[in-house]
Design a protein around this ligand. Structure first.
Ligand code: NAD
Length: 472
């Protein structure tokens, strides 16, 4: 049983002022594996004060100083890759292969930010005018539980590159993972107060960050409902906000797609991170004429999407993070059936042999229409809906007919055509022929999927203000 009673403030691990305790539950068997003391407003204010003091110096740091800190952060975190991955597998239930990729992308956020930092134009001059990019100040970084190390590293890397100091409020469901990560980050020997981490509840610690006038910026990853409240409540202190919210991403399978490649790619998009992925491609748009062949190809390809112990490298889908998430997924599967969709694979209940823990059956619905609840709302579990279309124009229209616009995919053999379709999609990122990533490419949503972008120079710009100095 692990017990955590401290927060990371001003460069040290300090005992929590907040007294409330929370159990950490392991998703594979719902056993209590840890206890965490939750921060209160006082802990949060101490962390904000430490970040404010540190900003007086760090806000004036040079590009080289920031690059050096990013290199130290990279060294410190890459030394703990195995431990960070193991913590994600145990506490969150992420399947080991994907968890490792997530942790690696977190660790690699530091060199990626350094590259962008070196390439950005920080000062521009013309005539008697000088324009510089200045750090926005103290940043509050609030994260979700489905890729904890990645969100913390990514936001921290961009903020550090910009010259900001930070107070991180990780998801309370990621406390053990966060502890491993802070111990790693501590080894980077940062200036005191540059990095502060307070684990606590959203409506306590998160709300204090949003309301506190000494916090200049909030970078948030989480649900639309909380994103809306941050935008609304942050307005009182004119907070700058970046919001990375939910999705209901379309995957358009074009009629020239090779199903042997396209269907496994579509299922990876749908079921990555056990379906608990904001970018998950949960609406598969299929030409009507190929529907029968697609159904057969899905049945065949589903054999690779085994459910079970996330620590086993052969397993593709792990448990849901919590009872709440398990219940949510079950209720959506029930809703899909009630609204007339047909279960092609999966369905309600637990997979055979996995009667304890929060395991669900990876589920594919056919006969789905875009107005059904399962096609409109984010489920955040391994549930895919297949929607049939008549023409390319109709596919694009269905894809764009969503309140969300985070991610999308196009699958087809004619690359020119796939690019043409991609260019008409109202989403922050569109991948062609499978899931891929580029740490310099922007990430973020159109519409309800959020405000602003992360990654590369786009992520750094979100922590900057522009200042012009003009001489007579
Ligand atoms: P959530 O909104 O419930 O919680 C996210 C974070 O906000 C947590 O740390 C939580 O404690 C905190 N929070 C809760 N109430 C708050 C308040 N009033 N003020 C400030 N902070 C508060 O989301 P979740 O359940 O942790 O994560 C799942 C959601 O995150 C999904 O909707 C998913 O799509 C989204 N997500 C988006 C991205 C992206 O990059 N766009 C990535 C991952 C997850």
């Amino acid at each position: 049983m692990k017990t955590i009673t401290t927060h990371y403030i001003g460069g040290s691990f300090v005992e929590s002022h907040g007294r409330e305790m929370m159990n950490v539950i392991r998703p594979v068997d719902s056993q209590v594996i840890g206890r965490v003391t939750l921060a209160d407003e006082e802990d949060t204010r101490c962390a904000i004060a430490a970040a404010k003091r540190a900003f007086a110096t760090y806000g004036r740091s040079t590009k080289e100083e920031r690059a050096d800190i990013l290199r130290r952060l990279h060294g410190a975190t890459s030394a703990r890759l195995d431990e960070l991955t193991a913590a994600m597998v145990e506490e969150y239930g992420g399947v080991v292969q994907f968890a490792r990729l997530i942790v690696e992308s977190g660790v690699n956020a530091f060199p990626a930010a350094e590259k962008a930092l070196q390439e950005m134009e920080w000062t521009r001059n013309w005539g008697k005018t000088t324009v510089t990019l200045e750090p926005v100040g103290v940043a509050g970084l609030i994260t979700a539980w489905n890729a904890n190390a990645l969100f913390i590293c990514l936001k921290l890397a961009s903020a550090v590159a910009a010259g900001c100091t930070v107070v991180i409020k990780p998801s309370e469901l990621s406390s053990l993972q966060t502890q491993v990560l802070i111990e790693a980050l501590h080894e980077a020997k940062l200036p005191n107060g540059l990095l502060n981490v307070v684990t606590g509840l959203g409506h306590v610690v998160g709300a204090e960050l949003v309301r506190n006038p000494d916090v200049d910026k909030i970078s948030f990853t989480g649900s639309v409902a909380v994103g809306e409240s941050i935008m609304r409540d942050g307005a009182a202190t004119m907070k700058r906000v970046t919001l990375e919210l939910g999705g209901k991403s379309p995957t358009i399978l074009l009629d020239d797609a090779d199903l042997a490649q396209a269907i496994p790619a579509a299922l990876v998009l749908a079921f990555m991170n056990s379906g608990q992925a904001c970018a998950a491609g949960t609406r598969l748009l299929v030409p009507k004429g190929r529907l029968d062949a697609v159904k057969q190809a899905i049945r065949d390809a589903m054999r690779a999407f085994t459910v079970g112990d996330p620590g086993d490298p052969k397993i593709a889908v792990g448990p849901m993070v919590s009872q709440k998430q398990y219940d949510q997924v079950q209720s959506y599967i029930r809703k899909g059936i009630e609204e007339g969709a047909e279960v092609l694979v999966g369905g309600e209940g637990r997979p055979q042999g996995l009667e304890v823990g929060y395991f669900v059956k990876p589920t594919v619905f056919v006969n789905v229409t875009n107005d059904m609840t399962i096609a409109r709302e984010e489920i955040f579990g391994p549930v895919l809906g297949v929607i049939a279309y008549d023409s390319e124009d109709e596919a694009i229209s269905i894809a764009n007919n969503s309140k969300y616009g985070l991610h999308a995919a196009v699958l087809g053999t004619d690359l020119q055509r796939a690019r043409r379709v991609a260019s008409q999609l109202r989403a922050g990122r569109v991948v062609i022929n499978g899931m891929t990533d580029d740490p310099q490419a922007p990430w973020g949503g159109f519409k309800y999927s959020g405000v602003g972008r992360e990654y590369g120079r786009y992520g750094i710009e979100a922590f900057l203000e522009t200042r012009a100095i003009l001489e007579v």
